[in-house]
Design a protein around this ligand. Structure first.
Ligand code: ZN
Ligand code: ZN
Length: 308
């Protein structure tokens, strides 16, 4: 599991930072990439990475501001042109369906794969046997969502050596034991499967928020997450601007991280007014309150290890 930042700027593209997009690489977990937002030229940014558009399985859109969605039509079209034929689902606020339908129809873009668009509300918006994604509304002037990506716990591994020591040979019975069932052996002995399975492997939690002012929903979505990705459009001294434009300062992002008890905070969506060393100041401001903070740049990658 890896976070790869494709665009880390706010509002308009800058030379140093393109507009928003983040890839959550789930190659080991499901052979797929999930995208969060798709600002203009996201497909150009992808060209500099190992991401394959055909592997993109889900795209989660936080909100409909242009710097988060103008890259969608191009990416969707290229994915088809480059032979992508597996289904793709886009989750986003009300209005995303119209945006995609109109962009594709007026440009005569025909996709050779099945595209689903899901207009979301708060709650669980995605779930399968391995993952679930919870959405909640933030505070940004227009509907803006944050996403809590939860990897489900994996069952513990079968303690094969312990079974063999008891003379229990591999066979269909192992499957029963692995499920924690009580089974009777050929010799009449009854064993409890739970005694032969290691502890479950804890799943990871990644919280990725859309643009927002400081709000309670951010803290709830980030509760004890392994990683929180939070916007930091402004520096602490520009908190009045942050408030007026429905954004956060780096310090407010750190407050959310601290209150939620996350392990690690990554700042993104940096205004172009803070370039070079100025952006380092944002990082220092956040670290004063929450030391385990990092500042994302375009193409920054962060591996999210499994909990021990
Ligand atoms: Zn934005
Ligand atoms: Zn916005």
């Amino acid at each position: 599991m890896e976070l790869l930042f494709l665009g880390t700027g706010a509002g308009v593209p800058a030379k140093e930072r393109n507009v928003s997009s983040i890839a959550l690489q789930l190659l080991e977990e499901r052979g797929a990439t999930w995208l969060f937002d798709c600002g203009e030229a996201t497909q150009h940014q992808i060209l500099h990475t190992s991401i394959r558009p055909r592997r993109i399985e889900n795209i989660f859109i936080t909100h409909l501001h242009g710097d988060h969605i103008f890259g969608l039509p191009g990416l969707l079209g290229s994915r088809s042109f480059q032979g992508g034929d597996t289904p793709l689902t886009i989750y986003g606020p009300k209005g995303i369906q119209a945006f995609i339908e109109i962009s594709l129809s007026v440009s005569y873009t025909r996709l050779k794969y099945d595209l689903q668009v899901v207009e979301i509300e708060e709650g669980t918006i995605f779930e399968d046997e391995r993952f679930l994604v919870i959405a909640k509304q933030l505070d940004h002037g227009i509907p803006s969502y944050g996403f809590r990506v939860v990897e489900k716990d994996l069952p513990g591994t079968l303690l094969v050596d312990k079974l063999k020591a008891l003379g229990i040979r591999p066979g269909p019975i192992y499957q029963q034991i692995k499920l924690g069932k009580t089974v009777q052996l050929d010799n009449g002995t009854v064993i409890d499967g739970r005694d032969f399975v290691g502890p479950p492997q804890k799943g990871r939690i990644v919280t990725i928020l859309g643009d927002t002012r400081y709000c309670e929903a951010s803290v709830e979505l980030a509760k004890e997450a392994d990683v929180l990705v939070h916007e930091a459009t402004f520096a602490a001294e520009d908190s009045a601007l942050a408030h007026d434009y429905f954004h956060s300062t780096a310090v407010q992002a750190a407050e959310v991280a601290k209150l939620a008890g996350v392990k690690r905070l990554i700042l993104t969506h940096i205004s172009s007014r803070y370039q070079g060393t100025l952006s380092e100041e944002l990082l220092e401001q956040a670290r004063e309150l929450f030391p385990n903070t990092e500042l994302a740049s375009d193409f920054s990658s962060f591996i999210i290890p499994r909990k021990k």
